[in-house]
Design a protein around this ligand. Structure first.
Ligand code: ADP
Ligand code: MG
Length: 250
């Protein structure tokens, strides 16, 4: 689904991504691990269109999407989760979900002025979808709670839920499990597995918790110093000498 070819992104003298080539298979939950500063987030940000690469290519379903905007990539089904923005803290969980389709500029505003009937029909449709997402994630008890009042883990579930409001093909998760307690981490993991198996989502996720990676991901890509060290089953890569050395530092 995603092919990254010899990607470089240099910030001045820093080679954040230094010739990385990566494949993400359709239907997989691909992990991305590596020590701090390895270039994982930068690689994600280039794939998701937040940064233009210094050189190299990104392909989505065989189409060259290098340098496209996050907005254009969103329309092609490539999503990246973000922390719930500050200004959305005072909206409820359901309202946060309902905002997602409307965040895409163009059609929506136009319709509001010229086709009020259609907007009402659309609002009902968006609300129904939000309620379906709330059921899927098993969070009906917080549907009308303000997002700002959610626990850290519940916010992560909401971030995941936001990707379900549009037809995502591939979702990039950057440390969705960071700072989340074990119980909620399992809930998030279950939601990811169900989205993968029941909805056909492809995931690529950066995560530090190796139990979490081992339970969800195959394969896992290991990065260090802007390059791909190795790719394989989580249990195998953790035995790899070069991987152990990268984690211990030198
Ligand atoms: P990881 O997510 O694997 O911890 P990052 O992709 O965040 O690593 O960072 C890779 C390297 O690029 C680090 O040395 C980091 O300091 C540097 N870096 C990341 N973003 C920027 C930026 N916007 N400007 C300058 N250097 C950056
Ligand atoms: Mg990072």
């Amino acid at each position: 689904m995603i092919r990254v070819e010899d990607l470089h992104l240099h910030f001045g003298g820093i080679r954040a991504v230094d010739g990385a080539s990566v494949n993400i298979a359709k239907g997989s939950i691909t992990g991305l691990i590596g020590p701090n500063g390895a270039g994982k987030s930068t690689l994600f940000n280039v794939i998701a269109g937040l940064y233009r690469p210094t050189s190299g290519k990104v392909w989505l379903d065989g189409e060259d999407v290098t340098g496209l905007s996050p907005h254009a990539l969103f329309h092609k089904g490539l999503l990246r989760t973000f922390q719930i923005a500050h200004e959305f803290a005072s909206l409820t969980v359901r309202e946060n979900l309902m905002m997602v389709p409307a965040e895409q500029p163009g059609e929506v505003l136009w319709d509001a002025w010229f086709k009020p009937g259609r907007v009402r029909a659309r609002e009902a449709e968006v609300r129904a979808r939000a309620d379906e997402v709330i059921d899927f994630l098993e969070i009906p008890h917080v549907a009308d709670e303000l997002a700002g009042n959610l626990s850290g883990g519940q916010k992560k579930l909401l971030e995941l839920g936001r990707t379900m409001m549009v037809d995502a093909k591939i979702v990039f998760l950057d440390e969705v499990g960071a700072g989340v307690n074990r119980t909620l981490l399992n809930t998030i993991g279950d939601a990811i597995l169900r989205l993968n198996r029941e909805r056909g989502y492809t995931f690529c996720m950066v995560e530090h918790d190796m139990d979490f990676i081992g339970r969800l991901c195959d394969p896992v890509i290991v990065m260090a110093e802007g390059k791909v060290l190795t790719v394989g089953h989580p249990a195998e890569v953790m035995k790899n000498e070069a991987v152990i050395e990268a984690y211990l530092g030198r």
